[in-house]
Design a protein around this ligand. Structure first.
Ligand code: FO1
Length: 310
């Protein structure tokens, strides 16, 4: 069994490649829910949905999120009612949010809702688990005040200066059913090429998850989301810098050092291999840029090779 931790477009893309080359291995994905937001009364869980959309093949690959060929009639109409429309909810995507909101109002948990949405969209080759069933939200402290992560990313286009990050509600967040077991029973745990601060960070902050990663007998491998010192998408560099961290794969490895066995970095960062080895971690240098399906599957195959000899 393979267990992956991730959130965001990089993780979703990588996982779509991984499911293409899995063979008989089963896959469980533990997904960040810190990006969740309520807009216009809807419960939106962007990282969960992005992974489901990629794995089910309905995703808009150009944007990396949302559903291919979607229209925006709903947004155009609620805009007339004065509802904010900076978060682009497509009409087909809306069906997911309405269904989630309705099920949550009936008392279903995020895990149960996720299972139903994944099943409805035909995902059979991976189990998708939200990191927790508690409602949590990642907030960014900036020079212009505190704001929800989506407001920082989408509405403010990452322009405010980052001063800090916190996850509302994380103190009470225990792991969703199956999460700890998936880490404990895996042969390989993959930390996807996701933002270490706002995608992987919240997962590691859920009670018991970091400890489970430390004690699992699985090999734990992380793929750096940085190539030549910058993220291919998203604000990882701005967030790391804002928190006073160096923006490098070595720094990402340091953030995971207490539970990590091996760090996977891009060929463009080959010079970092020595500094990562010097903190006691094995390093694999490969092409991590997922510009097409073939390259994504090649990366996944390279990661699966780490299973050999386990
Ligand atoms: N990202 C954007 O940059 N702009 C959007 O308007 C936007 C809408 C959106 C709607 C549903 C959804 O599931 C994801 C959406 N995303 C949008 C992506 C999302 O903000 C980010 O990819 C993740 O939260 C980053 O981890």
């Amino acid at each position: 069994m393979i267990t992956a931790l991730g959130g965001g477009v990089g993780a979703a893309k990588f996982l779509s490649g991984l499911t293409g080359v899995l063979g008989s291995e089963s896959l469980t994905v533990i997904v960040n829910t810190g990006d969740d937001i309520r807009i216009a009364g809807l419960r939106i869980s962007p990282d969960v949905d992005t992974i489901i959309y990629w794995l089910s093949g309905v995703v808009d690959k150009e944007r990396g999120w949302g559903i291919r060929g979607d229209t925006f009639n709903f947004l155009e109409t609620v805009w007339r009612f004065g509802v904010q429309t900076w978060f682009r909810i497509g009409d087909r995507d809306l069906a997911t949010h309405i269904h989630r909101t309705h099920l949550r109002e009936q008392g279903f948990t995020p895990s149960q809702v996720t299972e139903r949405i994944a099943k409805g969209l035909g995902i059979g080759n991976a189990k998708i688990l939200p990191m927790t069933d508690e409602d949590v939200e990642t907030w960014i402290v900036t020079d212009e005040g505190e704001m929800h992560f989506q407001e920082y990313l989408v509405k403010r286009k990452m322009t405010p200066q980052v001063k800090g990050v916190f996850v509302k509600g994380i103190e009470n967040a225990g792991p969703a059913p199956g999460v700890i077991q998936a880490i404990e029973e895996a042969r390989l745990v993959i930390i996807c090429p996701s933002n270490p601060i706002i995608s992987i960070g919240p997962i590691l902050s859920v009670k018991g998850i970091r400890d489970a990663l430390r004690r699992t007998r699985a090999k734990v491998v992380a793929i750096s989301p940085l190539v030549a010192g910058i993220p291919l998408k998203g604000p990882a560099d701005r967030l790391m810098r804002g928190l006073g961290l160096e923006v490098s794969s070595t720094q990402v490895a340091k953030l995971y050092r207490d539970f990590l066995d091996e760090m996977v970095i891009d060929e463009k960062d080959a010079l970092e291999a020595d500094s990562i080895k010097s903190i006691g971690l094995k390093t694999l240098v490969v092409d991590t840029i997922m510009t097409n399906e073939e390259k994504t599957e090649k990366l996944a195959e390279n990661i699966l090779k780490l299973l050999n000899g386990l």
